[in-house]
Write a protein that binds this ligand. Structure first.
Ligand code: 5GP
Length: 127
C-alpha cells in the first residue's frame, strides 16, 4: 500500500480549531492528549457527540493519510468508550464522518458524529 500525500490546507480558524484552543466554549464529554469530544450544538438525536482529533486534520482523507497509529487508535478507542458511557452500546448507534464536498462536510476539521438514543432510520436520505 502506498501512502498518499495529503493535499488539503488546514484552516486554523475553523470553528473546531477555535474550540480546541478554548476560544469558543463547548459542552465537553471527554478529553485526553489526542482527542476532544463534545456535544453537537444542533443534536440530531438524544445523543449526538462529536469526537475529534486534537491534531490539525481537515477530514478523513487527510487523517488516514497523515495521522500516527497512536492518533488513529486513540480516536476510535475513545469513540467506543463514549458510546458505552452514553449508554448506547446495548441499543446501538451510528458513527459517521462527512468528508469533503460530496460528503457534505461543513466544518473542515475531522470529526466523527456519534449519534444514538433513538431509532435512526435509513442511513442515507432518499433525495
Ligand atoms: P459536518 O456537516 O461538518 O459533518 O458537521 C458539523 C457539525 O458541527 C454539525 O452537526 C453542527 O451542528 C456542528 N457544529 C457547528 N458549529 C458548532 C459549534 O460551534 N459547536 C458545536 N458543539 N457544534 C457545532
Amino acid at each position: 500500500m502506498t501512502e498518499a500525500a495529503a493535499t488539503k490546507t488546514y484552516d486554523p480558524n475553523n470553528i473546531f480549531a477555535r474550540i480546541l484552543r478554548a476560544e469558543i466554549p463547548c459542552n465537553k464529554v471527554f478529553e485526553d492528549d489526542h482527542v476532544l469530544a463534545f456535544r453537537d450544538i444542533q443534536p440530531q438525536a438524544p445523543v449526538h457527540v462529536l469526537v475529534i482529533p486534537k491534531g490539525a486534520y481537515v477530514d478523513m482523507d487527510d487523517f488516514t493519510a497523515r495521522a500516527s497509529a497512536d492518533e488513529i487508535a486513540a480516536l476510535f478507542r475513545v469513540l467506543g468508550q463514549i458510546a458505552r458511557s452514553e449508554g448506547l452500546a446495548e441499543s446501538g448507534y451510528r458513527v459517521l464522518s462527512n468528508c469533503g464536498l460530496n460528503g457534505g462536510q461543513e466544518v473542515p476539521h475531522l470529526h466523527l458524529h456519534l449519534v444514538g438514543g433513538r431509532k435512526l432510520g435509513r442511513m442515507l436520505a432518499a433525495d
